[in-house]
Design a binder for this molecule. Structure first.
Ligand code: G3P
Ligand code: MG
Length: 245
């Protein structure tokens, strides 16, 4: 399995809260603050194309309506995914995953691809996201990290692209985390920063795994987490955490 490519500070949903979430302009905002790692969410359209979006429905972050998994690529591509955040972002589109990969590679940004399946599409989303990631990053010596709260999605991703590093997402890391790691061949764990303890962090690091946390915006808390052995802090404020990058 490939190496964990994520830096210490990783912008959440592309540019954190500095830009509309899960958009290509968010990548530019992250980079402008010296942040060379981003996390974003990947879900399937009705055409089974992976796109960047967090919610299963379109209303919160676009001017569209309805369920992402029931909407065509053409319809999704015509939507505005920026104006909800601020008028100056009007015209930003929902990125296709393949385009986001190209932009990350062009900008030299490492990616944590969170596989975010709509309910019922766990395996299909994991498989397709991993296939597109493997093609998109082919030949690159810095591979993405695929993560998911869905163990089914990660299992399908492992079968489709065994060489891509995987991380299991948890809110709280459960007592039986090592079983899941073994079963999925995971390279690391990513958990809620507020639920991590120094003891759990130490046991994960002792097992020679990579450890990430979401979502920490306070520089002092982030510094403490890094001190516990956390490898990557996912943040909505890459501007505030830039001093730790
Ligand atoms: O990947 C970490 C984090 O993004 C998980 O939460 O809801 O922001 O996707 P969410
Ligand atoms: Mg996410």
């Amino acid at each position: 399995m490939g190496q964990w490519s994520l830096p210490r500070i990783v912008a959440h949903r592309c540019g954190g809260t500095l830009a509309p979430e899960n958009t290509l302009i968010g990548l530019e905002f992250a980079l402008a603050h010296g942040c060379r790692g981003v996390e974003f969410d990947v879900m399937l359209s009705v055409d089974r194309t992976p796109i960047l979006i967090h919610d299963e429905t379109l209303e919160r972050t676009t001017n569209g309506r309805g369920r992402v998994c029931e909407t065509s690529d053409a319809t999704l591509h015509a939507l505005d995914a920026g104006a909800w955040r601020a008028e100056r972002f009007a015209g930003e589109r929902i990125p296709f995953f393949a385009d986001a990969i190209r932009r990350c590679r062009a900008l030299g940004i490492a990616a944590n691809v969170e596989i975010k399946p709509a309910a019922g599409f766990e395996r299909e989303t994991g498989r397709i996201a991993a296939e597109v990631a493997a093609r998109g990053w082919a030949g690159d010596d810095r591979l993405p990290v695929l993560s998911s709260f869905s163990l089914d999605a990660l299992e399908a991703a492992a079968a489709a692209a065994p060489t891509l590093p995987r991380a299991i997402l948890f809110d709280t890391i459960p007592a039986d985390w090592a079983l899941h790691v073994r079963r999925l061949g995971a390279a690391g764990l990513v958990c809620n920063a507020k639920r991590l303890t120094p003891a759990v962090a130490a046991s994960v690091k002792q097992a020679d795994l990579m450890l990430g946390v979401y979502t920490e915006n306070d520089p002092e808390c982030a510094r403490a987490l890094l001190g516990w052995g956390v490898d990557s802090v996912i943040t909505d404020r890459p501007d505030l955490l830039a001093v730790l990058a």
